[in-house]
Design a protein around this ligand. Structure first.
Ligand code: TEU
Ligand code: CA
Length: 533
């Protein structure tokens, strides 16, 4: 790895869905000053960068992923000055801000679309895809056809997501230029990088697929292969399936992206979006190890994450979020964040938040799950069955207000929050976690410190010692003679013995710091140990 990508291995990124993070002015909606208030908390945890979900002007059909002005801030979230203040407070603490760029689509309330729909020959007419007839049979991510008829222009436009999210036409050089200008505008405000929403979709082939089209890399380079963007950290949301495809996006010599998000491991623990499926951490291990090995062999920068704003917390799908919540949350953290790559921690994960449980559709807000619920009911599925599916799969599971403490509305806001709080907030709030003997937060903090203090965890070689038949996971990280052996046991108690396990225990989730205490090499359910060799 060259020095630029290698330096990104020092980042520890925290993803903030600010609508649900912290409400500073008590209107029930989390906001930018609310993020600023929590910077010291994040520093204490060991975070040095924030990925902030979209905070731009938006009518909020998809909670900010439908942008109506890329250069201004949504009123609910504060002002432009608030963002500048956030950046300057972050700079004081040596933290970097990664903004969320949404280049594939805008809001239908964006000025470009308002103009574009007026006629076939206005300056913005080719900013979107317009056809006289639907060009194909594609289905939109949030239900229905991707083609929507527009009465004023008397044509159909493309929307890969909601009707209110028309896809931009990147074949139009003016669109490319607009996006470059937006990127530059935010660089000038002091932003250090971007997470790029569905980057794989900006080029399409209407006869084949609406992602990975023929001009994709040309467009990515147009955005990021420029003098002004050369120091940015960029992570693309990208469903690349093969290592060759991944290499085309993040090979350092191609000047495209720094890294990308892989999603295979997030599909685990469920049959599909709405139906659970019991699966052991063994499958997760195999998936992680596969990518870890391929990225390492190809000298590519990997991203390490298990949670985000589009999925319920993984601890509930792949771990035990009841009796062994602390153990499984910490075990999954060690499996993930002591690997080689850039860690991304999603809000709430650091104190072991889980899936919520609601049985009334009025407790949900997200466009995807509301549309899906209506489709379930229309297809004859009972209300009980439909709500069970929504409760399991809704993205709102990751979007409930963060329960900070035991005060009113769990410290999120004095006002009624915009969406009902986490159904287990009485039990699972940060204050309780901090007071507990088994604090997930304190464990995360220790783990991140270990990563920070030891270059082996950041730059070191990864090697798996256990085999894929084992009900546990043992690996080493080594760099210039410095070496650590990491043991993660899964749900069944197991005898584990490998070279390297005689070293000093530097991290444990069972308080088993003295290796000589361990009887018969026995590891308890979800027990982890990290040995320094
Ligand atoms: O998500 C795109 C994406 O990958 C979807 O297919 C995702 O699986 C979706 O959440 C369905 O559950 C990105 C954003 O992360 C998401 O929040 C936005 O809604 C979407 O793009 C459209 O901008
Ligand atoms: Ca607010």
């Amino acid at each position: 790895m060259k020095s630029k990508h290698e330096s990104f291995l020092d980042l520890v990124i925290y993803q903030i869905y600010h609508r649900s993070f912290n409400d500073s002015n008590n209107d029930g909606i989390g906001d930018i000053p609310g993020v600023t208030e929590k910077l010291d908390y994040l520093c204490d945890l060991g975070i040095n960068a924030i990925w902030l979900c979209p905070c731009f002007k938006s009518p909020n059909y998809d909670n900010g992923y439908d942008v109506s002005d890329y250069r201004d801030i949504m009123d609910e979230f504060g002002t432009f000055e608030d963002v500048k203040k956030l950046i300057s407070e972050m700079n004081k603490r040596g933290m970097k801000l990664i903004m969320d760029l949404v280049p594939n689509h805008t809001s239908n309330e964006h000025k470009w679309f308002i103009e574009s729909r007026k006629s076939k020959d206005n300056p913005y007419s080719d900013y979107y895809y317009w056809f006289d007839e639907p060009a194909n049979e594609w289905r939109a991510e949030f239900g229905g056809s991707v083609w929507e008829y527009d009465e004023s222009r008397k044509q159909y436009y493309l929307h890969s997501y909601a009707v209110q999210q028309p896809d931009l036409n990147w074949e139009n050089p003016k669109v490319v230029k607009e996006m470059q200008d937006i990127i530059d505008f935010w660089i000038d405000q002091g932003v250090s990088g971007f997470r790029i929403d569905v980057i794989d979709q900006i080029s399409k082939d209407f006869s084949k697929s609406n992602c990975f089209g023929p001009h994709l890399h040309e467009y990515i380079q147009a955005m990021f292969d420029r003098e002004k963007t050369k120091d940015l950290f960029t992570v693309g949301e990208c469903f690349a399936g093969s290592i060759d495809e991944i290499r085309r996006h993040i090979d350092e010599d191609r000047n495209e992206l720094s890294t990308l998000f892989q999603f295979n491991h997030l599909q685990l623990g469920r049959e599909n979006k709405w139906t659970p499926k019991k699966q052991s951490l063994k499958v997760m291990r195999d998936t992680i190890v596969n990518w870890q090995t391929l990225f390492q062999e190809n000298d590519l920068l990997h991203s390490l994450f298990t949670d985000n704003h589009d999925n319920s917390y993984l601890v509930s799908r792949m771990g035990n979020d009841k009796e062994l919540r602390y153990e499984s949350a910490t075990c999954m953290a060690v499996m993930t964040y002591l690997m080689k790559g850039v860690p991304f921690i999603y809000q709430g994960q650091e104190f072991g938040l889980t899936q919520s449980n609601y049985d009334d559709i009025s407790c949900f807000n997200d466009i995807e799950c509301i549309n899906a619920y209506n489709e379930f009911i229309d297809s004859g599925i009972s209300k009980e069955e439909a709500i069970k599916k929504i409760s399991f799969g809704s993205r709102d599971n990751a979007r409930r207000p963060i329960p900070w403490d035991n005060s009113k509305n769990y410290g999120f806001s004095d006002a009624q929050p915009w969406i009902p709080v986490h159904s287990r907030a009485d039990e699972l709030n940060l204050e309780n976690d901090m007071k507990s003997e088994k604090s997930v937060f304190k464990f995360y903090k220790k783990m991140l410190k270990l990563r920070k203090d030891n270059v082996a965890f950041r730059k070191g070689e990864f090697k798996m010692l256990s085999s894929s038949d084992d009900g546990f996971f043992v690996y080493t990280r080594s760099y210039n003679g410095e070496k650590f052996t990491v043991v993660c046991n899964f749900e069944e108690e197991a005898k584990i013995s490998f070279e390297g396990m005689d070293g000093e225990v530097v991290l444990s989730n069972y308080n088993a710091y003295d290796a000589s205490d361990r009887k018969d090499n026995c590891f308890k359910p979800y027990e982890i140990a990290v040995y320094k060799n």
